[in-house]
Design a protein around this ligand. Structure first.
Ligand code: FES
Length: 226
């Protein structure tokens, strides 16, 4: 399979100079004034050191690293979609692979620039399905390709993967607490404890394969308390 197909610390020794005058770096030294750091400077330096060693700094650094790891980043415009599971795991999902009315496929975004499947976070799982275009709301149709639509697969209640499907009602079902979402109407919550729709991933098609036309329409999964 071609790449295209694969889914795509100077310290000046002032203390030594002071010791040359009286044998120690004490107040008897004429250099005392020089060798003592400005108290305001000490406070500033101490504050900076404390901040650098703080969990906040380490935490923010870790968060930045995660943000910059292409395998953990959320879907980006231009990403392809690849199969998450099965015999074709890792292969690009073609428009023709998505069967009308069938159970939704589970995929991951693929970053063609860095040649990386964004599977470094389970929150990156994407649901892909096809429904009759005429049954989609105008807003959903605008994000679809021939009735093929895509949503985050992570429940907005408690971050479970939304893996259930009700074929008759054509609704996603979260198996954890039974939230039902309507993919025809922006994956709004039909019933259950979740309060927010699943974010959508606008689609386009390139060479027959599904590609993200834009980023996700909202934050993935459960919102952290503010
Ligand atoms: S985690 Fe999905 S309904 Fe609770």
């Amino acid at each position: 399979m071609t790449k295209k197909e694969r889914g795509r610390a100077l310290l000046v020794d002032d203390a030594t100079r002071a010791a040359d005058d009286c044998g120690c770096a004490c107040k008897a030294s004429p250099d005392y004034e020089e060798t003592q750091a400005d108290p305001r400077r000490r406070v500033l330096l101490g504050g900076l050191l404390g901040w650098l060693l703080s969990p906040l700094w380490f935490g923010s650094k870790t968060a930045r690293a995660a943000d910059q790891d292409p395998a953990k980043m959320r879907a980006q415009p231009g990403d392809q979609l690849v199969f998450r599971l099965g015999d074709r795991k890792g292969e690009a999902i073609a428009l023709a692979d998505v069967v009308d009315g069938a159970k939704p496929l589970l995929g991951y975004p693929y970053d063609p620039v860095n040649d990386v499947v964004r599977k470094g976070s389970r929150l990156n799982q994407i649901l892909v399905l096809r429904l009759p275009p005429e049954e989609l709301t105008e807003e959903v149709r605008a994000r679809s390709i021939d009735g093929v639509i895509a949503y985050s697969a992570i429940c907005t209640h408690e971050n479970c993967p939304v893996t259930g499907w009700h074929p008759e009602h054509q609704q996603f079902i979260c198996p954890c607490h039974e939230t039902h979402y309507d993919p025809k109407d922006g994956a709004r919550v039909v019933s259950g404890p979740a309060k927010r729709a699943l974010p959508a991933l606008p689609l386009t098609v390139e060479d027959g394969f599904l590609v993200a036309a834009d980023g996700l329409t909202g934050k993935v999964g459960k919102r952290k308390p503010t």
